[in-house]
Design a protein around this ligand. Structure first.
Ligand code: 3HC
Length: 282
């Protein structure tokens, strides 16, 4: 099927990046937030990113304006009624996702495909709660979404071949490089990345090195663009904690167990860049 209008549920860090990427690729895009304040903050993030792109010479002011022209924000679920594809990027909570999809299901047509940007929840479980489990897939983007080339396309147990193909082709049309991932916690990337990030916290907690030296070790020694503690601050310590918890519950392997320091930093509100403090101050 040809997609023309894309809906995005949530305009946070990931949702705003997904909405921007869809609009920039030529899709009419409607992004929904729960209230005007969150919507304004999300759209503001997109404006800032587009503006920075123009300043860096990565896109022209025409592309910026066209992208913005294709993008609308709404707080009403009815705003998504014309969407061929709805991508959910709200909080990593099963009940919240089920509720969000149930609301969208009352306004969209039968052909509309649903996708979740979940990074760790069971896609089959979210799909099974809808009335269209065969038209449901995982579409996992990476932060910062407009820059990172990868998208994991997750084929849940009930996902039909047609849906999988449509979603894979859609990811390619965004200029991304999709890979196919199984519906297992963490898919491919987080299954490898999360134990590494948690190990970096354990190393720091045990005094193996300072935060700066741990990060320097991995950037200068291994050519990573960011050290693990900088990356944790970037992704968000709350997000990492939720993902690790879900993976640990499923696999029961110590590699996925959130270290005590991660939990305490989260409880103290040290969430990384978004809260102004994590392993570093911002
Ligand atoms: N618009 C368009 N392009 C932009 C831009 C903008 N606003 N801002 C930056 N760019 C471009 C730059 O021009 C540059 O392009 P080039 O390589 O062609 O010159 C490229 O993006 C990199 O940007 P910068 O050079 O300005 O910045 P850095 O070199 O510091 O890179 C980064 C920033 C891309 C974020 C890099 O540090 C990085 O790759 N970090 C790792 C990010 C990562 O691992 N993300 C995955 C997290 S895990 C996840 O998301 C999964 C979830 O489930 C937890």
């Amino acid at each position: 099927m040809t997609m023309q209008t894309v809906g995005v549920l949530g305009c946070g860090l990931m949702g705003s990046g997904i909405a921007q990427t869809c609009a920039q690729a030529g899709y009419r895009t409607v992004v929904r937030e729960v209230d005007e304040g969150a919507l304004a903050a999300g759209l503001g993030r997109i404006d800032k990113f587009l503006e920075a792109g123009v300043k860096k010479g990565k896109l022209t002011s025409e592309v910026r304006d066209e992208t913005r022209g294709r993008l609308t924000g709404t707080t009403r679920v009815e705003g998504l009624s014309a969407c061929d594809l709805v991508i959910e990027a709200i909080v990593e909570n099963l009940d919240a996702k089920r509720e969000a999809f149930a609301a969208v299901e009352t306004v969209v047509g039968d052909q509309t495909i649903f996708a979740s940007n979940t990074s760790s929840l069971c896609v089959t479980e979210i799909a099974a709660a809808t009335e269209r489990p065969d038209r449901f897939a995982g579409l996992h983007f990476f932060n910062p979404v407009p820059i990172m080339k990868l998208v994991e396309v997750v084929r849940a147990l009930p996902t039909s071949d047609a849906t999988y193909q449509a979603v894979f082709t859609f990811a390619e049309s965004l200029g991304k490089e999709p890979i196919t991932a199984p519906d297992r916690p963490g898919f491919i990337v987080n299954r490898l990345l999360v134990p590494y990030l948690l190990d970096a916290i354990r190393a720091y907690e045990r005094g193996i090195g300072t935060a700066e030296d741990i990060d320097k070790g991995m950037t200068l020694g291994c050519g990573h663009p960011m050290g693990p503690l900088t990356l944790l601050d970037f992704v968000g310590l709350d997000t990492t904690y939720y993902i690790a918890e879900i993976m640990f519950q499923e696999f029961k392997e110590p590699a996925y167990a959130p270290p005590p320091l991660l939990k305490r930093m989260m409880l103290a509100g040290r969430l990384g860049r978004k809260s102004g403090r994590g392993f570093y101050r911002y």
